[in-house]
Each structure stands twice: as structure tokens, then as C-alpha cells.
Design a protein around this ligand. Sequence first.
Ligand code: ATP
Ligand code: MG
Length: 551
Amino acid sequence: MILKKLNALLTKRDKQVLLLLLIFSIFISIVETISVSIIMPFISLAGDFSKIHSNRYSEYIYDKLGFTSEANFVIAFGILLIVYYIARSVLNLYYFYALARFSQGRYHLIAYRLFENYVAMPYRKFIDKNSSELNKTILSEALNLTTLISSILFIMSEIFIVVFIYALLWFVDWRITVALTLLLITIALLMTQTISKYIEKVGLNRSEFQSKFYEIINQTFGNFKMLKLRGDEERVKKEFLNASYGFAKTNIIHQTLQHTPRLMLEAMAFSIVTAIVVYLVYKNNHDISSAFGILSMFVLGLYRLMPSVNRILSNYNNIKFYKNSLDIVHNDLMYEIEDLGDEEIDFNEKIEVRNLSFEYIEGKKILKNINLTIKKGSKTAFRGESGSGKSTLVDIIIGLYRPQKGEVRVDDTILNENNIKSWRRKIGYIPQQIYLIDGTVAQNITMGEPLDKNRAIKALKQANIWDFLQKHHQGLDTFVGEGGVKLSGGQKQRVAIARALYTDPEILVLDEATSALDNETESKIMDEIYKVSKDKTLIIIAHRLSTLKGC
Ligand code: ATP
Ligand code: MG
């Protein structure tokens, strides 16, 4: 299940790199196994020079390389070993670098793909989402996923080491190896059935607490004014404390239990070695000098085996702890995204709404069987009580929502995925809720496009705010604050109007765009808007009749 989901997340190149890493890890395991097994012969040769000649291999090398003294042979062997161990460390370091590079390198890729997917999410889908969840997925879950990936990689490499060392132990004494295997398997089963399951559950809690965490932060700083006014600081602080403590607690549990495999293994390993010694002494009723070689081999094998088995088990627990992150990321990457075509759409005559019905929630129709025609160049207004569906209807016309029934036609083309992008580009939109980015007026008007100063100033003049910006602030370079907090409501609306006018759109849509303005300013702006939209199509939602006098 985990592998299947990962498989879906990784690209073809990722998998190729993975294969290389796998080969590298087999190589590393061989190096590791040699490093474990080679120290014993060295010590035994150094301890007894006669062994150099009694062993076929050492005798062969001794003769072949033309050694004349045993001491020199052992010294040469020793130097070779030193070089080998240093090389081994360097190689291991490089290997860990390659692992880290792969797993951590996935972070930016996965984070980017998440971001890409969120951006491509249809608006209809987006409004059902909680933006702190999206934050959390990109910032935390994607990072956790890389931990999970590196855990899998570590397990992969350790498994080979374990297999090779096992083979070595088997070669030394298969009976002890079988006994060891049984015990290891018992411990592994014990672990996975109890502690790992618990860790998985704690991992779920982690994700919940973290969601809460992000949510409280966003809510608090997003609605600071209300918080201050209500004097709600204590409640918010308490909620934050609960979430942060809960989150910390899951990490405490995870980190503590992280050590259980090692402790269980150590207890077991020391007991086994002791038991073997006791057994041999008991069986032979003698000291065990004859079994010393085998025993030390075994201790050394265990010494190298234990950390590996430990890493396998604790990384397994890691995977369990972060499994939820994989589920979340996988789920969010599998979202339905908008795949919009680049077909051009012509608008020469009219927009037609036919038999259109729309509902946000199934069975609760907001719009029912709407039919209307908006001629090109006409000025059309919608009025009606709050909540009656004006914004919704306009959002459908500008192509943000798709109707469940009926259609919107431009000239005689039905709006669909293929042409909606081109349609949206023709529209200048001033929303009911204005959001200004934390930057300058110029940045807010261009929205990332290159700045054309004259056009920007012209738009600001039309929106009746240029004089103010020039007189009291730094003109185009005036900072508006996050969300536009440094401007008044009406000034914000006027910047938003300038933003819409800047692109010189064919169709201008105002959703209560002037509701925050006083009568005088409003009528000035509306005059301007009617003037600039002489040849444009204008769609207005407004309550004041005076706003609608030109429609
Ligand atoms: P106002 O004059 O107050 O701006 P409106 O006519 O523009 O009102 P809409 O914003 O179109 O009204 O909303 C129409 C109805 O749809 C409302 O009853 C609202 O509760 C509901 N609604 C709006 N957005 C959603 C949503 N995302 N999910 C569910 N219901 C929604
Ligand atoms: Mg509205």
C-alpha cells in the first residue's frame, strides 16, 4: 500500500536514481561485511605468526608478494586494513549523502507538485478547502514524507547488510545462527504487532494536532481585530496550548519509542552471548578457550548486526508514524485539477445564459432555470436581496463556476474547459471582497505583470484615487499593508477598480465594487467607469439605484 502510493508519487527519473541507490547499497553492504569479517583473521595472525603458513590463502599471498618476514607481512596487512577502514568511512559518508540528497531533494519536488495542484484546483473545489490545511500539507506533510522516504531507503540498505552478515554467521556456525534468527524474528514480530501499531495511531494524532495548530495561527492572525475587540486572547492561547502540547506529546511518544528496538535488541544480544558461554561451559565442563574464536566472531557479528536490525525496526516505526503524511500528500496530488484548453473564444454579439441551474450543496438550488441575454456593449445590472445568488450568477458568467444544468454561451459558443481560459482573460473583475497583497499600489495593480507606469496612473485616475496617493503617500510606491489594512475600505475598493481597469478588459464586472464609497465619490467613479466602458460590456451588481443609472 505504502509502496504503491509512493510509486505514484515518484517520477520515472526518481525511480532510476532509486535503482542506482539500491545497487550502491548492495556494494556498501559487501564493504560492511568485509569490514566486519576481516579484523578477526588479522588479530589471529598477529597473535600467532605460524598461522600465516598454516592458512592456504595467507600462505599464498605471503609467497606471491615475496615477504621475507612474518612481522612485515602483518604490518603490511595492518596498513592495508587502516586504509580500508578509512576508505569505508568515506564511502559510507558519500552513501549517506546520496541518500539524503535523494530523499530531501524530493521535498521541493513534492512541495512544488502540491502547490501546482492546488493552484490548478477548480475554484469550486477550492472554496470547500481550508487554506490552513493546504499550508500544512505543503509545509509539514511534504517534509514528513521525505522522512518516510529516507526511512524506506535506510531499511533497504540495512537489509542487504543484515543478509550478508547473516551469511557470514551461518558460515561460522549455523546452529547459533538459527537460534539467533528465531529470537530476532520474535522481537521483530513483537515490535511490529504492538509498538509499531501504537506509533501509527500516534502518527494520526500528530497530523490532527498539527492541523489544529495551523488553523489557530491562521485564524488568530487573520482576524486580529476581532480578537482584540472581543478580548479573546485567553481562549485562543488556551487552544493554541492544547494543540501545541498535543503535537509535542505525539513527538515525545514517537521519540521515546524510537529507542525500543535498540533496547530490546541489546537486552537480547547480551543475554544470548551470556547464554552461549554458560551453555558451552555447562556442556564441556571446562573453560571455553577453544570456542573463543567463534565466540568473538559472533560477538562482532552481533555488534554489527544489531545496529542494522535496530535501524530497520526504528525506521519501520518511522514509516508508521509518518504514513499519514503519505496518505495526505497522495490524496492531494490525485485531486481533480482543471485542465484548461487554449481555444480562443470570440465575443462580438452577446452572452447568453440558458436554462441555467446551480447549487453549492446537492438539493439546495441557488439558481433555477435562469435565462438572460447580455448584448455586447450593453450595461447590465443585477439587483436583489442579500443571499439571492447575484454573486453566484456573475461568477458563473465569468467562468469561475460551472453550472450543473444549462449553459453559458458567448456568441454561439458554449463555455467549456477548452475556451474558458480565453474567456476569463477578457474580463476585468472587481470582487465584493477585496484582497490586496502586502506590497505597493503598483504591485497590486499589475499583479505580477510588468509595470506600465502611464497605464497604471491612468487607471488610478479613473478610479479616483491618484490624487490622494500622490498628495498623501508615495504614489505608485505606496505600501498598502497585508490585505490592504493601511487603506480605508473605500480606498481599497478604488485600488481594486484601478486593478481591473489597468488590463483594459473587454468586459468589466463590478460585484458591489463601490458599496464602501460615499455618494459623491461613488458617482464620480461611476461616471468614470461609464465613460471608460463606453465600448465595453459592463455587468454590475449594486444596491444603490444611483449606481445603476447608466444600466
Ligand atoms: P449579497 O448581496 O449578500 O452579496 P448574493 O446575491 O451575491 O448576496 P451569493 O453570494 O450569490 O449571494 O450567495 C447565494 C447563496 O449561496 C447564499 O444563500 C449563500 O449562502 C450560498 N452560498 C454561497 N457560497 C456558497 C458555498 N461556497 N457553499 C454553499 N453555499 C454557498
Ligand atoms: Mg454578493
